[in-house]
Design a protein around this ligand. Structure first.
Ligand code: ADP
Ligand code: MG
Length: 771
């Protein structure tokens, strides 16, 4: 052991010398100069002192002040200077893959090193980490996985949890686990970093932990609301028909033709439109008003108009556009490329910034464009706090972000773009004032802004908890509800109960809430439990190929496009892929066709012809590989013999596996003279999304549909569905492990009474050995 210690000491000395040499080198000095200009640098000594004296420290500071790139680096540098370089181990978690990757890259280059030397990263299925890596940036999920095998985080000296203000589910979860761990590891240091000032909550959660604030500075930003923008374009606003959906031309035309209206009149029209509303989380009046202003009201045309206007008439400076998601960004980008000014690469550098962009594109975002070229970045809320683009002077804010919400009462998740909070809106505006005074265009009226919530609800309060509950169990953290009651803000009891009930029904937990074998396998797959189950069953039944496609397809955005003006054509194109009342099997055929076309370098044309998203197809392709390698790790399949595919052509079997995975997402098909209606037990009548292949049929020759998602908008809608027969439901609905038979029967028994033919029900009970 003494020999080992000596070795580490020598290694630490080497690291110190190396660091010193870099800092004294010419390039190193240049970097230091840059770093010294960041606000975080001024607090360096205070920060390090606080961290050495307290087990928990909370650091708040405006986005861009240098929290993420500097603070972990300060700790690393001071450890190396104190000749502890070879024994320290600093982990810094990020809510998103992309920030873990881009930040580690940045920090390594600031230290004059290659990624994977002293600084590395690790995200799902990817990483860059070497023997000497002492500072590791990883996603929160990766640290949670590590806790799975190493509950005491042996050897780790510092844990930094970044972006806690976002209140993501994983981060809230991690904080409970770490809070339990701290007394067992008195030497461990925990540092929490937040971009907003509401650190009191976190401080009191950790027994009045010390808060350090990094003061920042921003230039004033002029704010324009929708009514101001509309007035300056001279357009009249009639919310019912004149400001139209994304992609429609009216707005653009209107902005040129319509007569100028006085501001007060416009405001009153806006308010009229906002009278009748129903939107969750707000007071009844504002609810209705907000519902009118759905995201589509913003109009791509308005954005296009504003971008042109800024490029032609305003001073230089990058433009940052906040959109709701990847799909919007892509469609908008396509539209802007067709614009003679915005699509001209000599004048405009058009970039996207979202969670799934390529790393080559990532770097471009930080680069300054050539003189005379205007940089425009279309971003999701990732650019709100995680990624700082330095030269932004103009911000366009659509006011929405895609977020999941969860209606515990109906046990129905909703994924909809919804209004951001006031805090987010301020963050977005702040992006414009980092280098000089800026301008922020809010594409929504002032009265809507006034109705925004102060803060966003933490994710743990607005998403289904199934995966989280599974994780709690796999980390052996005891009773689920007891554990969750110790969260920063605990989820509703009903939501917890629903999740546990669901996990019992699908057979992941037994009666006593213990993880079953199925449950244990599910925790190894980073997808929703039902999709994980489908994968496992597909592997066992040797029909893996189509199941991989289905699960990947359900994890990306819908590959079947339905452009507004070509809805009919698109839906007809989709139903070509369908032969037997299944959206899932239609997806399999569409993907297989694409694969063939892709081999002939005709993938793009194929997508174009069939109204498919080429990007989604590519995403499916790479997810399939990911899932396959994870399954191989579970040892359920033997990658050498490929027996896992011998039944892949058998659509009946695949249909059964779909049923196995999606159960209890099931509804009954009730036929009447001309058509059919659908019912579930909880919701009564439900409807199909219009782009489902089953929505185009007048008859479904099966008594049941299984579906993977229901979403409540006004009515309850089912996304993709597959029709199944009685026998398939009997044999593949639910889990047949012994422990959960009760929960399963309860669920199924309800269906028996409600919908099933007596003879079938009898048979079912017989098969179960009950009669
Ligand atoms: P915070 O975490 O406080 O929001 P960061 O540490 O992320 O701040 O960023 C500090 C500064 O470093 C910002 O000005 C940001 O623009 C810059 N920066 C971060 N990453 C890069 C990069 N990859 N390339 C260039 N500049 C970067
Ligand atoms: Mg940061």
């Amino acid at each position: 052991n003494a020999g080992m210690e000596k070795l580490l000491w020598r290694r630490s000395l080497q690291l110190r010398d190396k660091q010193q040499a870099w800092q004294e080198s010419c390039e190193g000095r240049k970097v230091m100069e840059l770093r010294r200009s960041l606000p975080a640098y001024k607090e360096k000594d205070a920060l390090l002192a606080a961290i050495s004296q307290n087990q928990v420290v909370i650091i708040s500071g405006q986005t861009g002040c240098g929290k993420t790139t500097q603070i972990p680096q300060f700790i690393l540098e001071s450890e190396i200077e104190a000749v502890r370089g070879a024994v320290c181990s600093i982990i810094c978690t990020q809510p998103r893959r992309i920030s873990a990757m881009s930040v580690s890259d940045r920090v390594a280059s600031e230290r004059g090193e290659k990624l994977g030397d002293s600084v590395g990263y690790k995200v799902r299925l990817e990483g860059m980490k070497g023997r000497d890596t002492r500072l590791l940036f990883c996603t929160t999920g990766i640290l949670l996985r590590r806790l799975l095998v190493d509950g005491n985080l042996k050897g780790v000296t510092h844990v930094i949890v970044d972006e806690i203000h976002e209140r993501g589910m994983n981060e809230d979860f991690l904080l409970i686990v770490l809070k339990d761990l701290l007394p067992r590891r008195p030497e461990l240091r925990l540092i929490l970093m937040s971009a907003t000032l509401d650190s009191e909550l976190f401080s009191s959660y950790f027994g009045r932990a010390q808060i350090i604030h990094v003061p920042g500075f921003t230039y004033p930003v002029q704010t324009h609301f929708l009514e101001d923008i509309l007035e300056s374009t001279g357009c009249r606003l009639n919310p019912y028909n004149q400001i139209d959906d994304y992609g429609q031309e009216k707005m653009w035309k209107m902005s040129k033709q319509a007569p100028r209206k006085r501001k007060s009149q416009i405001a009153s029209v806006v308010e009229d439109a906002l009278k009748a509303a129903d939107f969750k989380g707000y007071s009844p009046q504002t609810q209705e008003s907000l519902a009118c202003w759905n995201p589509d009201c913003i109009g791509f045309n308005l954005i296009e108009y504003l971008l042109c206007n800024i490029c032609e008439n305003k001073r230089p400076g990058a433009i940052l556009v906040f959109m709701t998601g990847w799909d919007d960004i892509n469609s908008l980008k396509e539209k802007l490329h067709a614009n003679p000014l915005l699509g001209d690469p000599r004048r405009v550098l058009l970039l996207a910034c979202h969670g799934s962009m390529a790393s080559s594109e990532q770097r471009l975002i930080f680069d300054e464009p050539e003189d005379g070229v205007r940089k425009i970045v279309l971003a999701t809320n990732i650019a709100e706090t995680s990624i700082t683009i330095n030269d932004v002077v103009f911000v366009l804010d659509c006011g929405k972000a895609k977020e999941t919400s969860y209606d515990a009462l109906n046990n129905t998740p909703c994924l909809l773009p919804s209004w951001i909070s006031k805090v987010s809106a301020q963050q977005r505006r702040g992006r414009a004032g980092r280098v000089q005074p800026g301008e922020c265009y809010r594409l929504y009226p002032r009265c809507v802004y006034d109705a925004f919530a102060e803060y966003q609800l933490p994710e743990i309060l607005r998403t289904p908890l199934q995966s989280l509950c599974l994780q709690i169990k796999s980390l052996k953290l005891g009773s689920i509800s007891e554990f969750l009651s110790r969260a920063l803000q605990s989820p509703e009891l009903l939501a917890v109960k629903n999740a546990i009930e669901y996990l019992k029904i699908i057979g992941a937990l037994d009666e006593n809430e213990n993880l079953t074998i199925l449950g244990r396998y599910l925790t190894m797959l980073p997808v929703e439990p039902k999709l994980g189950k489908m994968l496992l069953v597909g592997a066992i039944f040797n029909c893996l190929d189509p199941v991989l496609t289905i699960v990947s397809g359900l994890s990306v955005r819908d590959p079947f496009l339905t452009p507004f003006d070509k809805k009919d054509l698109a839906e007809a194109a989709k139903s070509q892929f369908s032969r037997d009342h299944s959206d899932h099997l239609a997806l399999v055929r569409a993907y297989e066709g694409w694969k063939v076309a892709e081999r002939d370098f005709a993938g793009y044309e194929y997508c174009w012809k069939n109204f498919l998203s080429a990007q989604s197809m590519k995403a499916i392709d790479s997810l399939r590989k990911e899932f396959f390698s994870l399954l191989r790790d579970t040892d359920l399949i033997d990658a050498n013999t490929a027996t896992y595919n011998v039944w892949s052509y058998d659509e009946h079997l695949v249909r059964a596996v779909i049923c196995y995975g999606l159960y209890p997402g099931i509804c009954s098909v009730v036929h009447n003279e001309k058509s059919f209606s659908l019912k579930t037990m909880e919701d009564g009548q439900v409807l199909l999304y219009s782009n489902s292949v089953n929505a185009r049929e007048s008859k479904i020759p099966y008594p049941w549909l299984v579906f993977n998602e229901k979403i409540k908008v006004n009515s309850v809608f089912l996304r993709d569905s597959t029709a199944v027969s009685d026998s398939v439901l009997l044999l593949f609905g639910g889990s047949f492990s012994k422990g959960d038979i009760d929960g399963h029967l309860k669920m199924f028994g309800g269906y028996l009474e409600f919908f099933m033919k007596p003879a079938v029900a009898e048979m079912y009970q017989c098969l179960r050995g009950e009669l």
